[in-house]
Design a protein. Structure first.
Lengths: 243, 243
DNA sequence: TTACTTAGTGTTAATATTACACTAAGTCGA
DNA sequence: TCGACTTAGTGTAATATTAACACTAAGTAA
């Protein structure tokens, strides 16, 4: 390794927060675009300062002393959106020299999966404006955040096929139809109902609950819960989840 | 985003360089451990300065002005090992506060795949000692480089199944047996010869060459080359490579 | 010419995937 | 209360994929 006069760029973290607004939940109203119900959504923050003042951007901020990147991501998520204890994973570190007009800033990006009903932007502890946007109708974002979102979307699409992370986006109790719709909107393709159920149940990772959905004007559907403990045990033994 | 008195850690890049020393190539002798022929290997640098003086470490160094992380990785690879124009991909950014005893250093790691016969450590343009080590007999590394290598190994194992990157580790002309051995050592499992050939040939990505391996005291094997152009065309159309 | 070594090849059984349509259970309104 | 409506829930047969398995071919060396 060289000792060389090297640059000290600022280090920031940007977080791509995915949510899922399911059809049959009242929360849909939170979404700006009514037509985009039942779809993946993204949490954005309206910037209060220059550059890109009033533009929408990913939540994020600078790293502090004695803080890992992951801790920065957790802190910013809490400060800017009131979100904590969610699925969070490092995505990619963006380093183009001119990605920020002020000075050189390297951004380590993370992506998070959030059950939207638990985290309404209005509940944010911060004054900044946070809002869910349907992935189908995203505004142009500040900085290189469009690129970050694109990277995250690809990663989510790849990951959801081989790891049971979809459950992070759903309430604890969910129906198989909800689960299938979620997969369909992430993967962007329709799936066969019978085959989907057969496969997802074959892993034995879903417990069928006793309660059912009520007050719907059609046959009530069974509720399921994901058995995380069982998954962890099986995963260690080499279970290969795939859908 | 906050304006806040934030830390300015140093930014370094560390590169996990994988090579493959195949059985029937004379280069095997370069490897320290003769018993570990036909295996994945890792390029390490002996540190000339404190901390961890004389310990083995990943090649790498600090980012410079007007340089992206990827450019840093490319530059260091060239400076420290004389390696250029190889497969290089970002891996993960490590940020534990105490990962370097001197001061806070955040490391963006990359992994590279190198055809070893082209790059003999002795050809390095740099005075530092570079050497190939069999993955089966790695020394204890400096800093948190053990962890970085572990992360890279997992990534390589996952990636090689779904993308035809194995070819980056082989000479342009190779035999199907070599290719199979490579997959076996990356994945750590034996594969069936007939099934392997059937599958790998079924993608139509290998051209059989006219020449054959010569001067072996057994039936000479056909040589193949990977058709990168064809792969790129097919990949765009949605070809799903998997082995 | 024989022994040795690795290259190269096909078939069958088991498993996994796909395609596909009707009945069940509730609500609502006439 | 009955009929219309809506979504839930279920099985089977055809096809494709994977897995298991052993012998002949082509060269060198002694």
């Amino acid at each position: 390794m060289y000792t060389y006069e090297h640059e000290r760029p600022a280090i920031a973290v940007d977080i791509v927060v995915f949510g899922y607004h399911s059809d049959d939940k009242p929360d849909v109203k939170i979404l700006k675009n009514k037509d985009a119900k039942d779809s993946l959504s993204l949490l954005l923050i309206r910037r209060g300062i220059e550059p890109f003042k009033n533009h929408w951007a990913l939540p994020g901020g600078f790293i502090r002393k004695n803080e890992t990147l992951e801790e920065t991501a957790e802190r910013e998520l809490k400060e800017e959106a009131g979100i904590e204890n969610v699925f969070l994973e490092q995505l990619y570190t963006f380093s183009h020299v001119d990605r920020d007009p002020r000075e050189r800033i390297i951004s380590a990006s993370y992506f998070a999966l959030v059950e939207t009903s638990k985290y309404k932007p209005s509940a944010s502890t911060d004054a900044s404006e946070a809002q869910w946007f349907s992935m189908n109708k995203l505004p142009k974002l500040a900085f290189d955040h469009d690129e970050i979102v694109k990277t995250a979307t690809l990663r989510l699409r790849n990951k959801v096929r081989y790891e049971p992370i979809g459950f992070e986006l759903l309430p604890q109790k969910f129906t198989l139809t909800q689960l299938q719709s979620l997969y369909e909107s992430i993967l962007g393709e329709k799936m066969d109902k019978r085959n989907f159920r057969k496969k997802i149940l074959s892993y034995g990772l879903l417990k069928e609950l006793k309660s059912k959905i009520k007050n719907v004007s059609h046959r009530p559907s069974a509720l399921y819960a994901f058995d995380l403990k069982k998954y962890k045990v099986l995963a260690k033994k080499g279970l290969e989840f795939e859908i």
